[in-house]
Write a protein of this length. Structure first.
Length: 174
């Protein structure tokens, strides 16, 4: 139950950061998809079912806030979450480089699915922003790797920081 609440709070925080704060501060200069990063990280840690459900709910939430066609981002994020969960259960993605590759590849999968669905739905589609998709993939990979490292090693680093050595060699708690 606590995992569900943590994932839900993280999705809501990512939606708020991306839709409200991100566009107000950066406009369209920085094209990170924080919601996709949360979906992929959830699928990496908790498996394909959690990735599927998180992708569905987060994508529908993002669709409802964006004003576009309802369900396009939901389907794309669902697919990315499920595939990430399957990859994480079949392969070892516990170090930095495999995680970066997974975040990069899932951003490409999400982008191709998203652009393909819009090309089928709308007459003119969105275009072919492959350069922006490459930049978004690199940014998502960097943010995803750093955030998953912090999630895994953050408590250990915090405990180590609390117990520092004095000059005489004894440990003390701050």
């Amino acid at each position: 139950m606590i995992r569900l609440l943590i994932v839900a709070a993280t999705v809501v925080a990512a939606l708020m950061l991306q839709t409200v704060v991100g566009y107000q501060l950066f406009g369209r200069l920085i094209a990170m998809d924080l919601v996709l990063v949360v979906v992929v990280a959830t699928a990496m840690f908790y498996g394909p079912t959690a990735g599927l459900l998180t992708g569905t709910l987060a994508g529908l939430g993002q669709d409802s806030l964006s004003g576009g066609v309802l369900g396009v981002a939901g389907l794309a994020k669902t697919l990315a979450g499920f595939v990430t969960g399957v990859i994480a259960t079949q392969f070892i993605v516990s170090s930095v480089i495999p995680r970066g590759v997974v975040f990069f590849a899932m951003t490409w999968l999400h982008g191709v699915c998203f652009l393909g669905l819009y090309a089928m739905i709308e007459r003119h589609g969105i275009g072919r922003p492959w350069r922006q998709l490459l930049i978004q993939s690199l940014l998502n990979a960097a943010v995803g790797v750093v955030s998953t490292r912090l999630i895994e090693h953050g408590p250990e680093w915090w405990r180590r920081r609390q117990y520092t050595r004095r000059a005489d060699g004894r440990r003390r708690a701050r």
